[in-house]
Structures are given as C-alpha cells and as structure tokens.
Design a binder for this molecule. Structure first.
Ligand SMILES: C[S@@+](CC[C@H](N)C(=O)[O-])C[C@H]1O[C@@H](n2cnc3c(N)ncnc32)[C@H](O)[C@@H]1O
Length: 188
C-alpha cells in the first residue's frame, strides 16, 4: 500500500477542519509542570502544540511535511504564539535525551522509535499517545495496516514508563466511529 502524500493532503485542505486539540491532551496537560518543555512528534498543522503554547508551555515540534509546517507557522503567527519546529523524519529524532517534560504523538506510528521517544523525556515526564487500531479499517477509508495498532499492542510498546492511563475501543466522536488506543505514561 502506498504512503500518503502528506504535502498534497495539507495543500488540498484535507485537515482544514482539524483545528481543535485532541481531547486526551486537554484532559492530561494539567499533569505537566507549568511552563515546561513539550514536544509533539509528527505535529501536523500544530493544533496540539498551539493549544499548549497558549497555556505558556515551551513548545517544540517535529514534522516531515513542509506544507503542514507552513500552515502551523501561519496559525502561530495569527495567534501570536511561538513554536520551535523542525522539519525532519521521526526516524531520526533531532532532540536531546532527557530534555522534555511532556511528549505526545497523535495519529502517527513508527514502532522502531518507541525507546527513543521515552529517552527524550526527563524522569517524571509524561508521554501521551493516541492512534488508530487496525479495526479502524472496518469503518473508514483504508489505511496501511503497517501503521495501525493491533488490539492491546500499544500498552506493551514502552519500557521504563509507569502506565497512568490505557484505554482502547471503538469511540464515537465528530459523528464518526473511531477505533483507537490511548496511552498516558510517566517516566520513572
Ligand atoms: C494523521 S497526521 C497527524 C498529525 C497530527 N499529529 C494530528 O493528529 O493532527 C500524520 C502526520 O505524520 C506526519 N509524518 C508522516 N511520516 C512522518 C515521519 N517519518 N516523520 C515525521 N512526520 C511524519 C505527516 O506529515 C502527518 O502530518
């Protein structure tokens, strides 16, 4: 199955409606130290980072799509917010180890980098992760199953974290059925 062309998707407005931060982040951000350093891996149009920048966090992001970064930059400028972003590949994380209080990943999966993600967190730092299960392909456009989770998979992908929340299932939001797994963990 082909990889999506993210630049074209963003250019064609595929994500124009996706402006609100993810609920999991809004529910758990109060566990982050005020003003702490946070990073969003595969940040897309920056909706989650912008939400945290508004709350006074020092916000860093990584994204491969130039077009997504262009949109994030415009929105940040319009809202008078500052994001430190890197255009790059999540397979080669450009951030220092032990340097973030919070790290989040929404709707992006690269199993190879899970240990590296944990490595970016300081002890006590929080990791927030949400993405689709393979089951999602029963409800929606067909996504490459390589980038979707098996049932009960996400909970076993991280070492060195205390699990604070794990849930998975079929949820209904934005009028659509979504088969997702959600994980929140704290680095020991
Ligand atoms: C489904 S979107 C999710 C975007 C954002 N996290 C959100 O939930 O709104 C997946 C994102 O991953 C980015 N992406 C895909 N492969 C990547 C890689 N290897 N490194 C960095 N970003 C990548 C895409 O450009 C796209 O913006």
């Amino acid at each position: 199955m082909e990889r999506p062309d993210w630049d074209t998707r963003y250019r064609e407005g595929f994500y124009d409606g996706a402006v609100q931060p993810h609920k999991l982040l809004t529910e758990w951000c109060s566990n982050l130290p005020p003003g702490g350093r946070v990073v969003d891996i595969a940040m897309g149009n920056g909706r989650d980072l912008l939400f945290l920048a508004e709350k006074g966090f020092a916000c860093y992001g990584l994204e491969r799509s130039q077009e997504a970064l262009r949109i994030a930059g415009h929105t940040a400028h319009d809202r008078r917010l500052f994001l430190s972003v890197v255009k790059g590949d999540a397979l080669h994380l450009p951030f220092k180890e032990d340097s973030f209080d919070g790290l989040f990943v929404f709707y992006f999966l690269e199993r190879k980098i899970m240990a590296d993600l944990v490595g970016l967190l300081r002890p006590g730092g929080i990791l927030i992760y949400e993405t689709f299960l393979k089951k999602q392909n029963a409800f929606d456009r067909q996504r490459n199953p390589e980038y979707l989770l098996d049932d009960a998979e996400l909970i076993g992908l991280f070492q060195g974290l205390e699990i604070v929340l794990y849930e998975e299932g079929i949820f209904r939001y934005d009028g659509k059925q979504r088969a997702v797994a959600r994980y929140v963990g704290r680095k020991r």
